[in-house]
Design a protein around this ligand. Structure first.
Ligand SMILES: *Cc1c(COP(=O)(O)O)cnc(C)c1O
Length: 432
């Protein structure tokens, strides 16, 4: 894609590794709810929502008020993992609004502040507890960029940047990867029960219930339950990476609740602070808490301003099931609209809750749709091995009118991209 970025300072000073500022070449200044504004005063509907870090939209007033009050009172900002009033309030809110109502008794570990830190901690703990080294992860999985999390990630471009062998992982086909009827779990079961299969018993099975970066691949509840049973039979811990599709993205707070799973370990980050502040946690069954004090450490384990907004988000959105029900209703609206749009761009609709995607038969069309959408004031990003999926992640708090507005813009973008294809079929939009 030709770079049309007006941001010469960024081109001059920021590393070539930058990505999203290339896809969305504008200088952003302000944001509120589902809207983000650039320095020319243009407003965009944000259906990317920080890749799922802004489930409650930008700068939600209830969260902002809590944060401003905390800062104004000289509340503690940095504290390593000291006991602070903000941390205690967060743990109490988590227990009250998430764990107890669900009959869960997880202990909470604060790894570093990002998602990949939560995954590293989960992998390390699973290996420590089981004394095993191999971890099962899936085709098209995405778990983060540090070496342990990268080893369980599928994407070859990301893996190739590691510079060292990425090892101690058994790759298995995700739900429906082998097509309908392909029995990926039967294969694993056979491998694990055959002492001559050459596969060591795994420490853990790590899974996303919906592979978001991997192309909006949805695991069926039956597959997830069979996976959990397989993990149990093989003495492996079940780790759910709920970093992108947790925090209400699929309706209920945890994406695995619908399937009735009780993972041994759960990774959360992205929308956990609710305000776009970095915060990650690794939830573990109490029996697994084999850590020695300080054995896994870090300077930013628990960032107090993020605790404050996370606590406010839990109280505001998760004291009842209103948000979960709204997500389910809004998801139906989005889904119905995508079902109508899909045939016009030779795409297949996939998703659960408010993560929905259009998987285009022609991958470069997906990129072109996103570019045109941006010109129509809608921010949407692609996902998948070939960036072939237009991935919609609107804030869960977007109103019905905003959702319809965004889908109208998407419809116009699709019409333009398809018309351009028809006019100049050989013009490729992508060079990523
Ligand atoms: C974003 C993401 C991660 C990594 O989180 P970072 O904060 O980018 O380190 C891990 N797993 C999933 C499913 C994600 O979407």
């Amino acid at each position: 894609m030709a770079e049309r970025s007006p941001v010469s300072t960024i081109e001059r000073l920021e590393s070539e590794v930058r990505t999203y500022c290339r896809s969305f070449p504008a200088v952003f200044t302000r944001a509120r709810g589902a809207w983000i504004e650039d320095d020319a005063g243009r407003r965009y509907l944000d259906f990317f929502a920080g890749a799922g870090a802004l489930n409650y939209g930008h700068n939600h007033p209830a969260l902002k008020e809590a944060l401003l009050g905390y800062l104004a009172s000289d509340g503690i900002t940095h504290s390593l993992d000291l006991a602070t009033a903000a941390k205690i309030a967060f743990l109490e809110a988590l227990d009250q609004h998430l764990l107890r109502p669900r009959g869960m008794s997880y202990k909470v570990m604060f790894p570093g502040p990002t998602g990949t830190n939560a995954v590293e901690a989960a992998l390390k703990l699973a290996r420590k507890v089981t004394g095993r080294t191999q971890v099962v992860s899936f085709t098209n999985a995405f778990h983060g960029m540090t070496l342990g999390a990268l080893a369980v990630t599928g994407n070859s471009a990301k893996r190739n940047a590691a510079g060292v062998p990425l090892t101690n992982v058994v790759r298995a086909p995700f739900c429906n990867y082998l097509g309908e009827g392909g029995d990926s779990l039967g294969y694993l079961e056979t491998l694990f029960s055959d002492r001559s299969s050459g596969i060591d018993a795994p420490a853990a099975i790590l899974v996303e219930t919906v592979q978001a970066e991997g192309g909006v691949n949805v695991a069926s509840p039956a597959w997830l339950r069979a996976l959990a049973a397989l993990a149990q039979r093989s003495g492996a811990l079940l780790i759910v990476d709920d970093i992108q599709v947790g925090c209400g993205r699929t309706g209920r707070f945890f994406s695995f609740e619908d399937a009735g799973l009780q993972p041994d370990i759960v990774c959360l980050s992205k929308s956990l602070s609710g305000y776009g502040l970095p915060l990650a946690i690794t939830l573990l069954r109490p029996e697994l808490d084999a850590w020695q004090p300080g054995e896994h450490n870090g300077t930013f384990r628990g960032h107090n301003p993020a605790f404050v907004t996370a606590t406010a988000a839990l109280a505001h959105f998760w004291a009842d099931d209103q948000l979960a029900r709204a997500v389910t209703a809004k998801a139906e609206l989005v889904r119905a609209r995508l079902d109508k749009l899909a045939p016009g761009c030779d795409a297949q609709v996939r998703g659960r809750g408010l993560i929905q995607g259009l998987a285009c038969a022609d991958p470069s069309l997906a990129r072109q749709i996103c570019q045109r959408a941006f010109e129509h004031g809608l921010i949407v990003e692609t996902a998948g091995a070939d960036d072939q999926v237009v991935k919609l992640l609107p804030p869960l708090t977007a109103t019905v009118a905003e959702l319809e507005d965004g889908l109208d813009r998407l419809e116009r973008a699709i019409a333009r991209a398809v018309a351009e294809r028809a006019a100049a079929p050989r013009r490729e939009a992508v060079a990523s």
